[in-house]
Write a protein that binds this ligand. Structure first.
Ligand code: C5P
Length: 236
């Protein structure tokens, strides 16, 4: 599995997204489309961007009853995306249904089966919230490792996690189980609202397979330069 830098395109319209992608020249980077953009610009935009040659991580974090997730995933498989995701908290039956849905959808359209990734615990969830709101009586590391193992058992390809948890996940699920890690900042950059951050180079050392980078690239004065700096630090 080729490691890569995924740019989080947290824009609110297709126009803004295309303007940004044009700044990167002829290079067609791997991009992440999340709820903000998907709910404003819709599935047709995803299809158009995929047709232009960008790999897409469609970050919609599905979490519903298994039947609904299976049917939704069958539709998403037809959009030409490379990666999509669910919440591991939806449970084993739901994750199995998600995988079945992707296989059904890909068979229907004749396209490739997208990678399926699970969100373990959001990085916005604190240890305190885990215990007192979600009533989970294990610490964060145990919960993340156990959710990742559930995902692996269901045949999922990997998890989204903090780069600082990538090693733990590999130890729990094997080296081929993918880790997709946001929370990346350049050593000399702004942290913004992210708390537990690391650099592209450190994420590479820890063993991330894909780093998800938003504002350090999208808000840079020269996005192409920032993107190539990330690629150089993470991949070379
Ligand atoms: O701009 P920034 O680099 O902080 O963007 C990170 C991206 O990764 C955002 O799209 C954010 O929603 C996403 N993300 C995250 N932490 C998670 C899951 C997703 O920052 N645990």
């Amino acid at each position: 599995m080729a490691k890569d830098v995924i740019i989080a395109c947290d824009f609110s319209s297709e126009e803004e997204t295309l303007n940004f992608l044009n700044k990167l020249g002829s290079r067609r980077p791997f991009i992440k489309i999340g709820m903000e953009l998907f709910y404003s610009a819709g599935p047709q935009m995803v299809r158009r961007i995929a047709e232009q040659g960008s790999k897409i991580f469609l970050d919609l974090k599905l979490h519903d009853i298994p039947n609904t997730v299976r049917k939704a995933m069958a539709n998403l498989a037809g959009l030409g995306v490379h990666m999509c995701n669910v919440h591991a908290a939806g449970g084993i039956k739901m994750m199995q249904a998600a995988r079945e849905g992707l296989l059904e959808g890909a068979a229907r359209t004749g396209g490739a089966v997208p990678l399926l990734i699970a969100v373990t615990q959001l990085t916005s969830t604190s240890e305190n919230m885990l215990k007192n709101e979600l009533l989970i009586n294990c610490d964060m590391e145990t919960t993340v490792a156990s959710y990742a193992q559930n995902a692996a058992r269901c045949g999922l390809d990997g998890v989204v996690c903090s780069p600082l948890e990538a090693r733990l996940v590999k130890e729990a699920c094997g080296k081929d189980f993918l880790t997709v890690t946001p929370g990346i900042r350049f050593a000399d950059g702004e942290k913004g609202d992210q708390v537990r951050v690391t650099t592209p180079q450190r994420a590479k050392e820890i063993g991330s397979d894909f780093i998800v980078v938003g504002r350090p690239i999208t808000a840079a004065e020269n996005p192409a330069e920032a993107y190539f700096r990330c690629v150089k630090e993470f991949l070379e």
